[in-house]
Design a protein around this ligand. Structure first.
Ligand code: WT7
Length: 647
């Protein structure tokens, strides 16, 4: 055990040094040391971090290493191949949807693929600062394309390949992308998802002139191909385009604060926000969090089961692991295909040492327990992310999967934070099941009450951060005002997460869930407003209100109340149409579990829908408390009486 954990002693001592350093305001020195691991074409002229977190004092900004010039792709590939002698080291074991499809990609091969892809993008007219939308499944080409963008200074915007054509279209338009990279399709389990068709539909609706680069699906293995210019499809095979594309591509030297990527996340108004992350700070932060939180060792085989379409994949499949020169599993499939032991089979096959997944997956697999019949003895650390983990799931993960040998790191963070912000350090932090424990180095959380006052000791309230860390988002793409309003207006001087938290007597943080109009279904954040907007697109619906309801596997699921227009009938067909509509507008992840007829919704006298009451109806909680602010209390009785008909 000692050999495994010794490096942690270094981290712990770093932690204490840092605590002292914080007091002395020497945090800069800490991050400077981290930055020394990387290649800088030009050194920074400014301090490690500059910021204003107080809207009353001017614009909100965060800057890391101003004046420095570097390149992300160089640091995560060339540096390892040239300086670290890791050219032959495996970067990814790619495992397809079907266990029969797999391949191995070394750092040297990655570099060659990425440079060729970068040259193809350049040939298509992509320049520094241009946006490239990527709508790809979990195939190596997804990582190549991201890094190719990073190499030439283009800003990638990955759209999860489970989103609908409308969602894709909205994201392409908002980012004003000039290129879309997609595949013809992908098998998820037995289901074929026709990505090319979805892309075509999305492009029909966009106004921007767009080129599409297309890669064929991995199963069955076709020849990858490449399209240019959608409207008059000049077809070009991916392989051919790559083969006559040079392997030499000088990285574009970017400013530390140049954008690296945009990633859309749900906003409480319904319109997704383009979260912008920048080069230097994101590099430092994903590098260090990956290294410390997963106690990275050079011979590890690390596997994060997330999709790269979410921030977890950006930070902890692409950038964090590559910045460390790590070997990862890149998995295209799902947990239950072709059988329910697939995750365990993959762990055994690649001798995975560090495993990172979501509570929703753990709860799903628990159902098939009692224990996986595979050799999991290589595992050393288990991680979770995306939503609070319930104690039963934690125990099962710890005892059955980790065989009581592996610390469970419950990592709390957000698309906005770029990397882990509250997290245990394995074997250094005594764990409490369900708690994300303490802040990462340099992160300063606190808890505020309704009035924005900090509450000390044991307390519950709004989780906020007092200071930035290098990996925090910089703005909402082309909408800095929305950035300031969403995260900094409510409590001036703090970044507001939107989550509630409790601090116990030992100082541990426990996330209590969202306290805004956001829902967390299977670890995917969505806003009530976007689902409501989709429902009201139906010609029969006059009003809709969506709330969450606890779900055994998904954590939360969607419970929708719909008020139909006069004369329209609420029946099975209507329910099916509404579910289909939400799937089409947002994507299958947003499919409602329940839809209930609501002749009227509970509203205040000023017309505001009282969601608290709807949540209680959805959960069948009869004790509703004070209803005096309701315009018409009878509405509640009616909704309760019709509850059983919800489908
Ligand atoms: C929201 C952010 C961070 C990558 C995946 C989600 C919830 C995330 C935890 C955790 C309790 C968690 C929060 C947060 N969340 N991790 N360990 N414990 N809640 O990214 O889509 O930006 O969602 O996920 O509510 O605000 P995201």
């Amino acid at each position: 055990c000692a050999t495994v954990w010794t490096p942690l002693i270094h981290h712990i001592s770093m932690h204490f040094t840092l605590k002292r350093a914080l007091k002395c305001e020497f945090i800069s020195a800490f991050w400077k040391q981290v930055a020394d691991e990387f290649f800088w074409k030009k050194p920074a002229t400014g301090p490690m971090l500059q910021y204003n977190f107080d809207v009353t004092k001017g614009n909100i900004f965060v800057k890391c290493m101003e004046g420095a010039k570097t390149n992300m792709c160089y640091n995560v590939l060339d540096r390892h191949v040239r300086e670290g002698n890791l050219g032959e080291k495996v970067a990814y074991y790619w495992e397809g949807n079907s266990p029969e499809h797999h391949t191995t990609i070394t750092y040297g091969q990655m570099l060659s693929h990425v440079c060729r892809c970068a040259n193809v993008l350049k040939r298509m007219g992509v320049r520094k600062g241009d946006r490239v939308s990527i709508y790809l499944p979990m195939i190596p080409e997804l990582v190549y394309t991201m890094l190719a963008c990073a190499r030439i200074g283009a800003v990638h915007s990955v759209v999860f390949a489970g989103f609908s054509s409308d969602s894709l279209c909205e994201r392409i338009m908002d980012a004003q992308s000039s290129v879309l990279v997609t595949a013809d399709g992908v098998y998820r389990g037995d289901k074929l998802i026709n990505l090319k068709q979805i892309s075509d539909e999305a492009l029909e609706k966009t106004t921007s002139r767009i080129y599409i680069k297309r890669i064929k699906a991995s199963e069955p293995v076709y020849r990858p191909c490449l399209f240019t210019q959608t409207r008059n499809l000049a077809l070009d095979w991916w392989d051919e385009a790559m083969s006559d594309s040079s392997e030499d591509c000088e990285p574009e030297w970017l400013d530390a604060e140049d954008p690296l990527f945009i990633l859309y996340t749900s906003g409480s108004t319904g319109k997704p926000k383009g979260v912008v992350h920048t080069v230097a700070g994101y590099l430092l932060y994903t590098f260090l969090t990956f290294k410390c939180v997963f106690d990275y060792h050079h011979d590890d085989v690390y596997w994060c089961t997330a999709d790269i379409g979410w921030i977890t994949g950006h930070s902890y499949i692409t950038y964090g692991p590559l910045a460390n020169g790590a070997t990862s599993v890149l998995f295209e499939g799902i947990p239950v295909h072709p059988h329910v032991g697939r995750f365990w089979e993959v762990i055994e096959k690649y001798k995975v040492t560090k495993f990172y997944t979501a509570p929703t997956a753990i709860r799903l697999l628990m159902k098939y327990g009692p224990e996986p019949l595979y050799d999991l003895s290589t595992l050393r650390i288990l991680g979770t992310v995306g939503e609070p983990i319930n104690p039963e799931a934690w125990q099962w993960y710890y005892e059955t999967v980790g065989q009581r040998r592996c610390p469970v790191v419950d990592t709390f963070w957000q698309t906005e934070t770029g990397g882990h912000v509250l997290t245990p350090l394995p074997a250094a932090t005594p764990l409490k099941p369900g708690s994300a424990t303490f802040p990462f180095f340099g992160v300063e959380p606190t808890i505020l009450n309704e009035h924005g006052e900090e509450v000390e000791g044991e307390a519950e309230g709004y989780l906020v951060f007092r200071k930035p860390w290098p990996g925090i988002m910089r703005t909402v793409y082309e909408n800095h005002e929305r950035f300031e309003n969403t995260y900094f207006k409510k409590f001036p001087g703090f970044y507001v997460t939107g989550d509630g938290a409790r601090r116990d007597k030992d100082g541990y943080f426990w996330i209590t869930g969202r306290i805004d109009d956001m829902l967390n279904v299977s670890g995917h954040l969505m806003s009530t407003a976007e689902v409501e907007a989709a429902l009201t697109l139906h010609s029969a619906v006059s009003e809709a209100a969506v709330v969450s309801r606890p779900h055994q596997v998904k954590g939360e699921c969607l419970y929708c109340f719909v008020t139909l227009k006069d004369s329209r009938e609420f029946d099975k067909k209507m329910v099916a149409e509404l579910k289909m509509l939400v799937r089409e507008k947002i994507g299958p992840i947003a499919t409602p579990d329940f839809i209930q007829n609501a002749p009227a919704l509970p509203k205040t006298r000023s017309g505001k829908i009282m969601r608290r009451i709807l949540r209680q109806i959805a959960r069948n909680e009869k004790d509703l408390g004070d209803l005096s602010t309701l315009a018409d209390p009878k509405v509640v009785e009616v909704l309760f009486s019709q509850r059983s008909e919800a489908a």
